[in-house]
Structures are given as structure tokens and as C-alpha cells.
Design a protein around this ligand. Structure first.
Ligand code: ADP
Ligand code: MG
Length: 630
């Protein structure tokens, strides 16, 4: 869409238009963050060039001192953020300031409800970035010259549908972002206001941020002469290199926002300097909320990597396992070479030991959070619990630690909230109990109301109620915790061990013997449908239930695999009957077709409460009606 030879008009990508609209309408109560975002971009641009100049010192030979400058023009009503970083070519301007690269953006925006659209945290979570300038400006002009190039380009937009590109003049490399402030936002020209925003948000940035010195006070009869000398406004040392005791919580939080593009504050962080055989500094954060694209396994993840304080790369995923993909932070190593690449990182032993160290820090940080602030931890678990569970299969060496972080719903309080730890469970165990019991089911309600729990409820034995999709797989990775076996209550023979006393055992054996003929009759009627029929000792209130045979895949697992499109051989259940139950007693009195109806009805009923559905519900209902009518 060329207008003249040197000026082109372009439309923003649809997502950008939507985001611009949302931002201006949701972030007005926190306008000043635009400055943080633009300074953050300028600092990133400097980091990128510093890295590039390691290979090509010529790029910065003419202007080797990196800096960011903030200037104002009262008359024009403009505020300018200038940097001498990497700059942008015409193509860069077009793609960086005309589209949003992150995948999933469109879906994310379209899924927001009306209320969510006004929620600054949600919008911010996703990185407001450059476009936040339009919260305070009705026009933005960007003039940029890429390092090593001799062309400068101008990008300009009023933040609605379009932007313009044109050739421009700029003597040296770098970028000016010029905000034409809205009439009501002229406050941002105020020197003092700008200084206080910069030190609030940008102290931790390692690049110097400079402003003009205040004007000299005027002599009698003369006008005050504006200063032409710049001075430093921020601290300009990389935050993680400073000593812990000098850094305030506020500074840690601002730094987090800078590196994570998250709007919300982090839940907790760990800052460690390690010296000796290995030298590195790590600063790792736990975000408050899960990002909208956490389940996208391709999303970028990992820490920002520095080597000897030089920025090397974003999203260095080699230092954190997939199940800790939500962690954000910085790693600054003295042992890696400055020219390190992703390929080198992959096979380096330094990487491996840094990764181990990072994992330890993160798990330690979570343990500490769980101990010191149960409420915060609960929120964390709600956001990231299902990701942590992946660690049971992914990270064997830390399995016990990961298991300690798990939280479950349980029969202890019978609520859906997952707030019971394995340690709390063990603490409540009676002396006779030596196993940790759990049940997995399709939903919390199915788990909670499962007939398998009857004997446990009667004896007051706690059972963990698992119903997240990942649970069946995750829990199968965890055979024991602190020397206690984890046992599914729906699988295999229920061995209550010492939980049963002698009298109970004798009684059970007696009932088993007496019911043998009845068991045989059920077997005959059910035939191929079942693997076996047994007298139950897990039921007290229900007539019958089905159990997965010991050693076979559990029924829940088989369902999950079938749902995932796997060809599953049919697993025949063990059918357990409760001979004390009035319905079973009633059935035992019948014979012929009538007994057959009873047997099939009891079996279908047990299948129904196990899986929540039946292959042939019509026949089941007809049979039930027939029995009711008699
Ligand atoms: P983010 O910083 O999260 O990538 P932004 O919206 O803040 O997103 O910026 C978009 C992109 O524009 C940046 O990734 C960068 O490539 C480019 N950019 C923005 N400001 C500058 C700058 N001052 N110098 C060079 N590139 C910049
Ligand atoms: Mg940015």
C-alpha cells in the first residue's frame, strides 16, 4: 500500500488492533508503566548489541558507551526515549511493531470475557510492551537505525488501525521512541515525575538511564538556561550482581516484571551467588498465575542467560526441566564461554550441573513457601499443580521431593480442594496402617462416592481422591513415599493387613465360605463378562462393585488410553459381591431367569458407579424397571 515513493501505509495485524484497544481501556489506572516497558525495550536492545559486538567490535566502535536517554520537549508536548542499542531495520520495524509474534494471542484475546477485558492483570500477563505507549500518547514516532546499517527508518502511528513507514535521518545507530502525549497526560513532561518513575521501575536495569541536569537557577533579569549535560538517573547495575541485603523487595519485584513481561507480582524468589569450583549467580522467580499458554509445549520457557554479566540469550530452556517451565529468572555463569550457543549448551557438563542446581533451588523455594505460607502455596498449587505432577515421571532423582510438594483432595475433609500433602496423610495414619491409599476416577464426585471407599470410611482410614486427567499416570510413577507404599483401593485384592482384627478376619472367612455357592451362581450367569467373582470385604453399604485385577492396567488408565485413540484389549473386571446386603440376599432367593436379571442388574450397576457410563444403558433400564415392577 505505497502512497509515495518514500512513505508507506500498513495495517496492523488484527491481534494488534484488539490488543491496543484492550490496553488503552484496561490499563488507564496504571498509566506510568508505559515508561517501564519502553525503557525495558531499550535495555534489551542494548543487551542484544553488546552480545553481537563480542563477535564484531566494529559495530560499536564509533559509540562504545551504551546508554538510554529520556528527554522532553515542552512546546511540542513530546517525551522521547532514546537508546544506542541494536536498532531496527525497515523490516524489523514492520514485523516488531506491526505484529505480535507470540502464538496463541488471537485465541487468548477472543476467549476473554467482558470482565476479563477490564482486568489489568490478565492483559498485562501477556506482555503489554511497546504498544503501552498509546495509553498516554495519541501518536508515536519511532526513528531507528540498525547497528551496522546506514539507512534510518521512521515508523509512525496513531495507535488505531494503521502505521506508516518512511525513510528518515538519524546520525548514529539506535532508536528514538517519541511519544506525542495526549492533552490530559502532559504531566509526564514533568522532570521530577519522570525521575521518580524511572527509579521506581528501572533502577535494576544495568544500562545507564540518563536525563538532562536541571536548569541552572536564573540570574536577575535573565531567563533560566536549560542544561545540556546529562546525568545518571537509575542505579545502572544489574540487580543480581548486587548483594542481597542491598536489594529491596520492591526492586526484586520490578526486576521480575522486566524479565517476565508479567504484570502481577511474583509469589517468591531465590537469589543465590555461588563461588568456588563453579561460579554463578541465579535469581529465580515463581510467578503468581499460570500464563495463558502454559499447556502449549512449544511456548518459550527457561531463564535469561548471562555469561560474566553479558546477556547471551532469552529463554535458555536447558537449565530447567519441562515440569518447571513456569519458572522465570536469570542465570549468570562465569564458567561458560561468551560465545556459547544453544548447541554447545546442550552437551555441556556445566549446563548439567547448573540445571541440577536450579532445580534444587526451585524445589527448595516451593518447600519453603508451602511451610511458611499455606494460603499462597494453595494458590500456587491451583495454578501449577498439574505441571508439577509431570515431574514424577520426568525427574527420578528428585521424585521424593516432588512428591512432598503434591496436594490432594481426600476423604479427610471430602472437599474438592486439593490441600492434603502426603506428609499430612502419614501424620494422621493410625499405628496399624502402613500404606497410603488412593482412588483415581473420572471426576471428583465419582471418586468421592465410590463404593470402594465404604470399608475405609467405616474404619476411618483416609483415602486420597484423585480426579485430574494426569493423576492416573502421575501416581503410577510414585510407588512409595517415605517407605510407605501407595496403593489404589480399586485395584487387586484389598489387603488391609493389620487394619483388620482377628475377629473381623474370622467373620470374613466364615462369610466367604458360606457364600461360595452364591458366588458360583453369579459366575455362571455373568460368564465372559467377568474375570472372577469374589466375596467383597471393601463394601458395607453397596451390594456389589467391580475391581481391576491385580497387575492389570487399572480401569481408569484403560479408559484414558482408549480416549487417546489407543487400541485397548478389553480388561475384564473382578466382580465383588456383598452377601450381607439386602439386595444380594434378595437375589440369592431367586432362580432361573429372575436370578439372571438380578445378576446382570447388579453387575451393570457396579460398572456404572465405576465408570460413570454403560455400554447398553437401555437394557439396563428395562431390566431395572422389570425388577421394580415385581
Ligand atoms: P517484547 O519486548 O516483549 O518483545 P515489545 O512489544 O515490548 O515486546 O517489543 C516488540 C519488539 O520490538 C521487541 O521484541 C524488539 O524486537 C522491538 N523493539 C522494541 N523497542 C525496541 C528498541 N528500542 N530497539 C530495538 N528494538 C526494539
Ligand atoms: Mg518489551
Amino acid at each position: 500500500m505505497s502512497e509515495t515513493a518514500s512513505m508507506e501505509k500498513h495495517s496492523f495485524q488484527t491481534e494488534v488492533k484488539q490488543l491496543l484497544h484492550l490496553m488503552v481501556h484496561s490499563l488507564y489506572s496504571n498509566k506510568e508503566i508505559f515508561l517501564r516497558e519502553l525503557i525495558s525495550n531499550a535495555a534489551d536492545a542494548v543487551d542484544k548489541l553488546r552480545f553481537k559486538s563480542l563477535d564484531n567490535a566494529n559495530l560499536i566502535a564509533d559509540d562504545p558507551e551504551f546508554r538510554i536517554r529520556i528527554t522532553t520537549d515542552e512546546k511540542a508536548g513530546t517525551l522521547t526515549i532514546s537508546d544506542n542499542g541494536i536498532g531496527m531495520s525497515k523490516d524489523d520495524l514492520m514485523s516488531n511493531l506491526g505484529t505480535i509474534a507470540r502464538s496463541g494471542t488471537a485465541e487468548f484475546i477472543s476467549q476473554l470475557s467482558g470482565d476479563q477485558k477490564k482486568d489489568a492483570n490478565l492483559i498485562g500477563q501477556f506482555g503489554v510492551g511497546f504498544y503501552s505507549g498509546f495509553i498516554v500518547a495519541d501518536k508515536m514516532t519511532v526513528i531507528s537505525k540498525a547497528a551496522g546499517s546506514d539507512e534510518a527508518w521512521q515508523w509512525q502511528s496513531e495507535g488505531e488501525g494503521e502505521f506508516e513507514l518512511a525513510e528518515a535521518e538519524r546520525s548514529t545507530r539506535g532508536t528514538d521512541v517519541i511519544l506525542h502525549l495526549k492533552e490530559a497526560e502532559k504531566d509526564f513532561l514533568n522532570d521530577w515525575r519522570l525521575r521518580s518513575i524511572i527509579s521506581k521501575y528501572s533502577d535494576h536495569i544495568s544500562v545507564p538511564v540518563e536525563m538532562l541536569k536541571p536548569a541552572e537557577p536564573a540570574e536577575e533579569g535573565e531567563e533560566a538556561k536549560p542544561s545540556t549535560e546529562f546525568e545518571l538517573v537509575n542505579k545502572a547495575t544489574a540487580l543480581w550482581t548486587r548483594s542481597k541485603s542491598d536489594i529491596s523487595d520492591e526492586e526484586y519485584k520490578e526486576f521480575y516484571k522486566h524479565i517476565s513481561h508479567d504484570f502481577a507480582e511474583p509469589v517468591t524468589w531465590a537469589h543465590n551467588k555461588v563461588e568456588g569450583k563453579q561460579e554463578y549467580t541465579s535469581l529465580l522467580y515463581i510467578p503468581k498465575n499460570a500464563p495463558y499458554d502454559m499447556w502449549n509445549r512449544e511456548r518459550s520457557r527457561g531463564v535469561k542467560l548471562y555469561v560474566q554479566r553479558v546477556f547471551i540469550m532469552d529463554d535458555a530452556e536447558q537449565f530447567l526441566p519441562v515440569y518447571l517451565r513456569f519458572v522465570r529468572g536469570v542465570l549468570d555463569s562465569n564458567d561458560l564461554p561468551l560465545n556459547v550457543s544453544r548447541e554447545i549448551l546442550q552437551d555441556s557438563s556445566v549446563t548439567q550441573s547448573l540445571k541440577n542446581a536450579c532445580v534444587k533451588r526451585v524445589l527448595g523455594m516451593l518447600e519453603k513457601l508451602a511451610k511458611s505460607n499455606a494460603e499462597e502455596y494453595q494458590h500456587f498449587w491451583g495454578q501449577f499443580g498439574n505441571v508439577i505432577k509431570e515431574g514424577l515421571g520426568e525427574d527420578f532423582s528428585n521424585r521424593e521431593k516432588i512428591a512432598g510438594l503434591l496436594r490432594f483432595a481426600s476423604t479427610h475433609n471430602d472437599t474438592e480442594t486439593q490441600d492434603v500433602s502426603l506428609d499430612a496423610y502419614i501424620e494422621r495414619m493410625g499405628e496399624a496402617q502402613d500404606k497410603i491409599y488412593y482412588i483415581t476416577a473420572e471426576s471428583f464426585e465419582t471418586a468421592k462416592n465410590s463404593p470402594h471407599l465404604e470399608v475405609f470410611r467405616k474404619k476411618g482410614i483416609e483415602v486420597l481422591l484423585l480426579s485430574d486427567r494426569i493423576d492416573e499416570w502421575a501416581i503410577s510413577q510414585l510407588t512409595d513415599y517415605k517407605d510407605k507404599k501407595l496403593v489404589s483401593v480399586t485395584q487387586g485384592d484389598l489387603d488391609l493387613g493389620d487394619l483388620e482384627d482377628e475377629a473381623e478376619k474370622e467373620e470374613r472367612e466364615k462369610v466367604e465360605k458360606e457364600s461360595q455357592p452364591l458366588v458360583e451362581r453369579f459366575k455362571e450367569e455373568l460368564g465372559e463378562r467377568v474375570k472372577e467373582v469374589k466375596v467383597t470385604h471393601r463394601l458395607t453399604d453397596s451390594p456389589a462393585c467391580v475391581v481391576s485385577p491385580e497387575g492389570d492396567m487399572s480401569a481408569q488408565m484403560a479408559r484414558l488410553m482408549a480416549a487417546a485413540g489407543q487400541d485397548m484389549p478389553e480388561i475384564k473386571p473382578v466382580f465383588e459381591i456383598n452377601p450381607e446386603h439386602p439386595l444380594v440376599k434378595l437375589a440369592a432367593e431367586k432362580d432361573g431367569d429372575e436370578f439372571k436379571d438380578w445378576a446382570l442388574f447388579l453387575f451393570d450397576q457396579a460398572m456404572l458407579s465405576e465408570s460413570g457410563s454403560l455400554k447398553d444403558p437401555g437394557t439396563f433400564t428395562r431390566r431395572l424397571n422389570k425388577l421394580l415392577m415385581k
